[in-house]
Design a protein around this ligand. Structure first.
Ligand code: GAP
Length: 452
């Protein structure tokens, strides 16, 4: 259980901002919503895409020892027997026979011993209606083909990792990679979470960014330490405050793990520090199990040493949605503006992560300003996501962009149509500089910096 954070709880404000400004909507909202499933709106999809692009760049494009993969969500059902998910991916649950609610067995709100007459339901308050804990598998089941029978059961994958394990030799042999090397993928995962919540922190459908690094047994500990450090550095590079990030070593290890550590982010309020990424030393558990269950050899042949072995795996596993939430929480601030009566809400996102890079505003809708502003916007749009806004007082237009994290506000004023310069306002310092319209693209690109 996380302790209460020194950072304020901004979740409720974020949920409202996210909806109002088109970052994130509740799924199927007009039907009353689907529990813990969320849709990304125009700004949210850009923000999450920037997160995924950054990860892909750092993990695949910028390295010659990691290959990309996009494995299917539906896999052979035996995969989940081999991985241990059919038998072990479970939570002990308690049902209330009166109100039909379900609780995790470790829910602190439950009073008494579930199954006993004195146990009390935390929702309806009735006594003696709570069942004994029963194991509940978190995988979503569906059927392959036209017949709904047990032989046709398939699962929506609860993690992307298994798609990588079963393709280990396909990728290694087709790319001629030598151990140590990695395989990375980004994709949807599904878990029938019992206590989902906290907005997009824990959802039933989410995206993972996972990388399995295949190493020679005996070298696994040094690779584990290397990846721990690399991944922490990546989170910092996105702009997450270093003092809100920490490692948390696992005290209890999963059945497959030799070592594991989480990277945690302080989400503020009572949520506090929570896992955003897991780094695991999975030993040769997964490949050995798939070898056993499929009957196909999954060994690596080390040619120079004429030696065959099943590699160990160091896994880095991070949620794209959870990272997006951490970035929003980290960026949200409300502040006074010197010399103004109205305060402002700002998303202080790093420019390279922000969904819109610049707002373009004609100061007034006359004297050639809208025409020039449109030319400027069209030119910039070829390079960056831009928002054109000619409605309302200029101060209001700035505020609207501050609230969604747009780092630059470009205003075309009376001087612009005379000398071809525009003003560029910095979201954080509020300082304005004049830049020649012809040099704007280069100027903004330099201020955004490389997307890596
Ligand atoms: N392959 C290992 C694995 O899946 P995990 O700790 O269960 O490990 C890794 O998940 C990451 O996936 C978590 O750190 C989190 O960022 C994300 N994640 C897991 N369950 C999630 C959920 N229900 N909603 C959103 N993100 C989730």
């Amino acid at each position: 259980m996380a302790s209460v954070s020194a950072h304020p709880d901004v979740m409720e404000k974020l949920v409202s901002l996210a909806k109002r400004r088109g970052f994130i909507f509740q799924s199927s909202e007009i039907y009353g919503g689907t529990g813990s499933v969320w849709d990304y709106g125009p700004l949210g999809v850009e923000l999450k895409k920037n997160v995924k692009d950054r990860w892909w760049h750092a993990m695949v494009r910028a390295r010659d020892d990691i290959e990309g993969l996009d494995a299917a969500i539906l896999m052979h059902p035996r995969v989940w027997e081999a991985s241990g998910h059919v038998a072990g991916f479970t939570d002990p649950l308690i049902d209330c026979r009166n109100c039909k609610r379900r609780f995790r067995a470790d829910d602190p709100a439950i009073k008494g011993t579930p199954g006993a007459p004195d146990a009390q339901c935390p929702v309806c308050g009735s006594k003696g209606t709570l069942s004994e804990p029963r194991l509940f598998n978190l995988m979503f089941k569906t059927f392959m083909g036209p017949v709904e029978e047990s032989a046709a059961i398939v699962y929506l994958r609860p993690e992307t990792a298994q798609g990588i394990f079963v393709n280990f030799l396909n990728v290694q042999q087709s790319t001629r990679q030598k151990v140590p090397f990695g395989i990375a993928q980004i994709g949807k995962a599904f878990r029938n979470e019992i206590t989902p919540g906290n907005f997009i922190f824990r959802t039933r459908e989410f995206e993972q960014m996972e990388m399995q690094f295949f190493v020679e047994p005996g070298t696994d500990e040094e690779h584990f330490e290397y990846w721990k450090a690399q991944r922490m550095e990546w989170h910092r590079s996105l702009g997450l405050a270093p003092d809100r990030l920490r490692y948390k070593p696992h005290e209890q290890l999963a059945h497959y793990a030799r070592a594991a550590a989480d990277i945690e982010f302080d989400f503020g309020g009572s949520l506090g520090y929570q896992e955003i990424e897991g780094i695991h030393n999975r030993s040769d558990f997964d490949l050995s199990r798939h070898q056993e269950y499929s009957g196909k050899k999954l060994e690596y042949f080390d040619q120079p040493r004429n030696r065959r072995y099943i590699p160990y795996v160091i896994e880095t596993s991070v949620g794209a949605d959870r990272t997006t939430l951490a970035l929003l929480v980290n960026a949200y601030r409300e502040e006074e503006v010197p010399g103004e009566t109205e305060g402002r809400t700002v998303l202080g996102l790093a420019p390279s992560i922000a969904p819109i890079k610049a707002g373009v505003f004609p100061l007034v809708k006359k004297d050639g300003m809208p025409e020039m502003a449109e030319r400027v916007a069209n030119d910039l749009r070829r390079a960056f996501p831009i928002f054109y806004d000619d409605g309302g007082a200029i101060g209001r237009r700035y505020r609207r962009q501050d609230e969604v994290g747009t780092p630059f506000g470009i205003t075309i004023d009376g001087q612009s149509t005379q000398d071809g310069t525009v003003t560029v306002r910095d979201r954080d310092t509020l300082q304005q500089v004049r830049v020649a319209a012809g040099q704007l693209r280069g100027y903004i690109a330099e201020r955004i910096g490389p997307n890596e």
